[in-house]
Write a protein that binds this ligand. Sequence first.
Ligand code: MG
Length: 406
Amino acid sequence: MERLEEACEQARLRGNCLGLLYLDLQRFRQINDTQGHELGDLLLAEIAGRFSAQVEPGEFIARLGGDEFMVLLTDTRPAAMAHAIERYRSSLMAPIRLSERSFSISASVGAALFPRDADTAQSLFQHASIALNHAKQDSSRTRFFTATMADELHQYEILQLRFSEALAKDKLSLAFQPQFSLKTGKLIGAEALCRWHDEILGHVSPATFIPLAEEQGLICALGEWVLEAACQQLMTWERQGKPFPGRLSVNVSAQQMDDPRLAEHIQRIATRVPPGKLGLELTESGLMRNPEQTVRVTRALCRAGFSLAIDDFGTGYSSLSYLKRFAADTLKIDMSFVKDMLKSSHDHAIVSTIIAMAQTLGMLTVAEGVEAAEQAEALSALGCTGVQGFHFGRPVDGDTFAKQWL
Ligand SMILES: [Mg+2]
């Protein structure tokens, strides 16, 4: 950091440009973990040697720690920086041979320029680091800093901050989408869906805020909030003399499933609601993360009286043997198959197979995303039990739901 500050000062005095490259090795941590730190250290020393051999006059290289290196380029331009990046990256082209083994290592590079991208050493460092994060997700593995990157990051930080506030201050809400029996046409249940309307940002989609909650470690807190709000709504309908006839389902995240005592935690939150009124939806991919644990957790939930559905079925990779061992009684057919089932014989075959398999296993089926009467007819002909979708009812708030459906 001292060298960087000095170099920035020099560049300022001389009116030059200063370039900063932030290099990060790909897959290094994995090699360190699988091959041991001793070999990892040898590998780092070899890479440091190759990088050092590339240093030209006016350049300064340092290892920051771990598998991160930085190169300072005095009096440079973007085109010259691009050449320097190429030089350092290609020094890793030849595999590294260590203790009879050969390792292929490559580096991601983020680059930033003083004074174009930053006016202090600190912010130059930060911006090279932001560029590096973009580089890691880019196929070229190299990115120069742009102002848009900083804007996006800033927007994302605002979003994170406002979301955690909304969750803490009870500013989220639930919408309820009805589910009907295909045989009788009667209401059999509803799915509680979380909604976030922010005073400044407006409506923020769950597709945005759920990954955000996962990243912030707030997904379990969000899951608990949804469960609590769903229980409160059930009691409110009861008080209003409009009891909810079926089961109200809430979505349970994969991270919640990591909790071996999930059943106890859910029971503690849902004390004032009969467990038979509550359904839990677990995504197929979430269930298969740790299938043995899932078997135990789902059985405990089932013993506690909750009913379980496997959500987005058909998009994950369940094994059939587990399907029988998970204590779920319902498969929710993913809307992507329902959407095209009348146009695509392939999707029709998938829907029909899921329904036939559920019947054989003694499970119910609920098709999601049913938007047309023709789809409902086709599903009914295949023996599907329940439906959910715009054709039958959109997600609405609790009062509207009571007026419309209870
Ligand atoms: Mg769901």
